[in-house]
Design a protein around this ligand. Structure first.
Ligand code: GLY
Length: 329
């Protein structure tokens, strides 16, 4: 199944197929005719899928395997990547593959955006969160000690290959982490998806396609996140504050889940009654073991929001729900 992100000269395809990893080479040949490939991955993911992918590549293939986990997304990882690329004599006409979850996708994507002022890269996301969200749209970044994603760029991949079967090896907490974002897509754009999630076990290829169809449409209208793309931030206004204050205790999806509930409570307190949706969303989040509130002092995250508001020039645009399946800014 193919989706297309229509961005003029920066357009690209997303392919979602069970077992697609076994055909990686033939998809890459459609977009890349150079000589060398650097696979950037982590020590959890590469041992599982590295060989399967490398076998399909008729190129000079190098790999750089980094430790798994959020600390790898730090600015300090970049010199390691640039050194590996220089040692293998990579030029601007060579290619990087990001094979992993959001940490690897964001880091390898930023390395690709900045090395020699930009070399081509491909996303092969292996976490649910990366498959339904972060591998598409070109937001690439690294963290600084002062905060997450503080150094980054908009830099689109040349191709995204998604194999839903890799989700079979993900621990349940990380499936639920991705479900936080999936449920968000249902809330802002796709009530049918919400209903299916309420009634059926997840059908991964279908879920991924529906989330990415929404994302591809928003990114095509607003690549640089200045307009409608900001709808994707539903639940993130409070969620980001919770994530920062939680200091690694909570996953991104857990914070988005609690952040969506908090936003509906805020809407209800400000004249838009969301009581029915709060009950509906609460039940769905419970099904995926996602929190409805986080155990953090409310005063702390409200302070954080005020700081964020000051940083953004005194005004914030927030994504809210008008009705199930329809978000507005
Ligand atoms: N994850 C939200 C966005 O890409 O805009």
């Amino acid at each position: 199944m193919e989706l297309y992100v229509d961005l003029g000269a920066h357009s690209y395809s997303i392919y979602i197929e069970n077992n697609i990893l076994k055909d990686t080479g033939s998809y890459i040949e459609k977009v890349y005719s150079g000589k060398k490939i650097m696979i950037i991955s982590d020590d959890n993911v590469f041992p599982l899928y590295g060989d399967t992918i490398v076998k399909t590549l008729e190129y000079e293939v190098h790999s750089l395997i980094l430790p798994h986990g959020e600390p790898t997304k730090s600015f300090q990882s970049l010199p390691k990547i640039y050194s590996a690329l220089l040692e293998a004599r990579f030029s601007r006409s060579d290619l990087i593959i990001a094979l992993g979850g959001g940490v690897i996708g964001d880091l390898a994507g930023f390395a690709a955006a900045s090395f020699l002022r930009g070399i081509k890269f491909i996303q092969i996301p292996t976490s649910l969160l990366a498959q339904v969200d972060s591998s598409v749209g070109g937001k690439v970044a690294v963290d600084l000690p002062e905060g997450k994603n503080l150094v980054g760029a908009f830099y689109q991949p040349a191709l995204v290959l998604i194999d839903p079967l890799v989700l079979n090896t993900l621990p349940e907490r990380y499936i639920n982490d991705g479900m936080g974002e999936v449920i968000k897509y249902g809330c802002i754009a796709d009530e049918e998806l919400l209903t299916r999630l309420e009634q059926q076990e997840p059908d991964w290829p279908r879920i991924i396609r529906r989330c990415l169809a929404c994302k591809a449409a928003l990114v095509a209208q607003d690549e640089r996140d200045e307009g409608p793309r900001r709808l994707l931030n539903f639940g993130h206004t409070f969620g980001h504050a919770m994530e920062a204050l939680g200091g690694g205790r909570y996953t991104h999806g857990e914070c988005v889940a609690a952040g969506m509930m908090e936003m509906l409570r805020w809407q209800t307190a400000h004249g838009s009654d969301q009581t029915a949706m709060l009950a509906r969303l609460g039940t769905l989040l419970e099904r995926y073991d996602l929190p409805r509130r986080l155990d953090l002092p409310e005063t702390a995250w409200r302070q954080y929001l005020l700081r964020d508001k000051k940083r953004s020039g005194g005004e914030m645009t927030i994504a809210v729900l008008e009705r199930p399946g329809h978000g507005v800014l």
